[in-house]
Design a protein around this ligand. Sequence first.
Ligand code: PLP
Length: 440
Amino acid sequence: MSTLAQRDHAVLWHPYTQMQTAPLAVPIISGEGAWLIAEDGTRYLDGISSWWVNLHGHAHPAIAERVSAQLRTLEHVLFAGFTHPTAVELAEQLLELLPRNQSRVFYSDNGSTAVEVALKMVLQYFHNQGQPQRRRFLCFRDSYHGDTFGAMSVSSRGAFTQPFWPLLFEVEFIDVPVPGREAEVLAQLDAALQHPEVAGFIFEPLLLGTAGMVAYSAEVLDAMVRRCHQRGVLCIADEVMTGFGRTGPLFASSQLQEQPDIMCFSKGLTGGTLAMGLTTCAAPLYEAFLSDDKMKALFHGHSYTANPVACAAALASLELTRAEACTQQRQRIAAAHAAFKQELEDQPGIRAVRHVGTVLAVEYDPGEGTSYFSRLRDAFYQLAFDNHVILRPLGNVVYLLPPYCTTDAELALLYQVLRQMRELVLNFTPAPTLPEYLHD
Ligand SMILES: *Cc1c(COP(=O)(O)O)cnc(C)c1O
């Protein structure tokens, strides 16, 4: 008789996991609020909303109710030639909340596909207009937009995508305009915009997640989008992580004066219940696909496009997100983060503390440079886990991205772990590293 974890190990292949050395996966059998409950009864506080997807807590009754009713009414219908009430209602509600220029909703399956659709919209927009030579994208050097090939191409050329580098299409990278570097980056942008082939600029608005929760201002992003628009370059706001209240307001782009031409959503879209992505765009983009010529249509689609059950989950989650109670939860978390930032920053062992809305990131100072694969990262992970807290450090950056239902007492537990990590850093002596050829 083997345990669930052993059976898993015999047949499964986990994402972002070195299967040879990773410990057995932790079997989770239920969830409640910000907690995940393991097979052996241990409760773990989900400090990162299960990879940034959960908004209102696990197994939320209101979402479960709506999903279950939808399942008994209509589970799925193909979305070419047919439609259904939840897809229409969700699109109507979202367009009401998004920046006013957004006028169309295109459904897909996840964040990566939402990005693929956005890239294809830009490329075919210019193709349909007889400017196929405009096909170059600008993106941030440290960006992350997903794991499919187009999304990888517009993402940082990091270690994770190295085996695929030769097959990724070329893009123009510019630095992130972090505080103090704005003018320099605007100059980089101006230089990049000289190339007549530039078609689009894709960015994570205000907060780059995978880069280590790197923040930059709405003012500089406004300036960048304005410069792109002056050159006819289309701007894609990838709100897959920042959408639905993460940065405080419903969308990070709500803080901009300039409006993006295209927006991408997933993660929090269904409150963390079901996989779904969507791409929205402004009217001129959509209109460039209208023609008597069938070949000018957008030939992109997935079998489960606009799945009614996922749309129902999204509607239920959106209702919770729009409620005054949720705004208050987000404000409470943001205020607690701000106070904790004050406590921690400038202390020994801390390089920087960043705080945007419900997201808090602590960059520890391990002395010399460390990478994602460092022992420190694993030590951080283990320390959190031993405290029954789930965090996934990005190298020496540890961030909190809790569900909005996380209580003050639960936040206090998360902060306590971050304090212990500082102690750990201060006492941390890295093992002497072997030269590369001596490994294994
Ligand atoms: C997670 C993420 C994606 C990819 O979404 P998946 O659903 O994992 O494919 C894209 N963009 C951003 C900003 C993300 O954080």
